[in-house]
Design a protein around this ligand. Structure first.
Ligand code: AKB
Length: 314
């Protein structure tokens, strides 16, 4: 049976680039993009698109049947900063959308699921540097609690019902083709836009806040690689730690200054500082590297050059 993909939340920061990449690999007609609204013309116009509410089981089931979907990528979620403003809806969306696709796989209506987790599953009591795959996890954000609970359910559905679900704990993701939506790591995208358009940036985190980050090209590659791997290579069915680089606002600003010498950064931490302080500074991702061959390409220098090149063309 051919791979036929449904991406739920295809108009978001990851979904946009994932849709394009999957369409080049599997063929445009075999990748159905979907979202709650037609928000991103690129995604909507570049192939099949359906409006779907990730909380509506019947709608998702209908799409799966009509398009004979084999693999679902569930990218719809409320991220850390937005979730703190609307905890009940964040819990509802982040958990129940996951149950819908897990239950479709349990009923053998789909074969494989990709579900993104996050470094937000860790909390203030987790070891901060080189955070291990298995360690103390006491998340203190609504988003983190939902991702940690989701990981437990993924592992449970795999062990008890044989569901083939695969997951990655994404760090902060940086991309130029579509904006991020409500995360704590979003400053590391905004800073490039403001450096080019205004020459200054007021950062909502303090200067020495170090967090794990990754360029979108690497994140998409990881997503595709974990889904392509043989099932027996995926030894962890909760979610894999994944890392590429870690930096502070001071360090990213210094890197931008190499290309834009007059660029200035100022600091005005807000409620997101507390969220960032509860997360790891760096991540040990040796399990992903060993089990399914994860390798990153971009570091802070090469990412900055690529971001500035693309954004200055826009
Ligand atoms: C966020 O900041 O909420 C996300 C994440 C790290 O999962 N980018």
């Amino acid at each position: 049976m051919n791979t036929k993909i449904l991406i739920i939340g295809a108009c978001g920061q990851i979904g946009t680039e994932l849709t394009h990449k999957l369409r080049t690999i599997y063929g445009t007609e075999n990748v159905i993009a979907s979202d709650i609204r037609k928000m991103n013309t690129d995604v909507v116009n570049s192939g099949p698109f359906e409006v779907v509410n990730a909380l509506d089981f019947n709608q998702i089931e209908h799409l799966v049947e009509v398009h004979q979907i084999t693999d679902v990528y569930l990218m719809a979620a409320l991220l850390s900063a937005t979730a703190e403003k609307n905890p009940a809806f964040a819990w509802d969306l982040n958990m129940n959308s996951l149950f819908h696709v897990l239950n479709l796989a349990k009923a053998k209506k789909i074969k494989k699921i990709f579900w993104p987790s996050s470094i937000a599953v860790f909390g203030p009591t987790t070891p901060k540097e080189n955070t291990p795959q298995y360690t103390i996890m006491e998340p203190s954000t609504v988003y983190g609690i939902s991702k940690q609970a989701g990981e437990r359910w993924c592992e449970y559905y795999h062990h008890i019902f044989g569901v083939d679900v695969r997951s990655i704990r994404y760090p902060g993701l940086i991309s130029w083709s579509s904006p991020p939506g409500g995360g704590t790591t979003d400053y590391a995208v905004d800073i490039y836009y403001k450096a080019l358009s205004q020459g200054t940036y007021e950062c909502f985190l303090s200067s020495e806040t170090k967090m794990p980050m990754m360029y979108m090209d690497d994140a998409i590659q990881a997503t595709i690689d974990i889904m392509k791997a043989d099932a027996d290579q995926i030894k962890i069915r909760s979610s894999y730690n994944l890392a590429a680089m870690s930096f502070t606002p001071t360090e990213i600003a210094a890197e931008i200054k190499k290309s834009i010498p007059d660029f200035e950064i100022t600091y005005k931490p807000d409620f997101r500082q507390q969220i960032a302080d509860s997360w790891p500074a760096s991540i040990d991702d040796s399990s992903a590297r060993k089990d399914w061959g994860w390798k990153h390409k971009f570091d802070l220098t090469s990412m900055t050059q690529d971001m500035l090149l693309h954004l200055s063309k826009q």
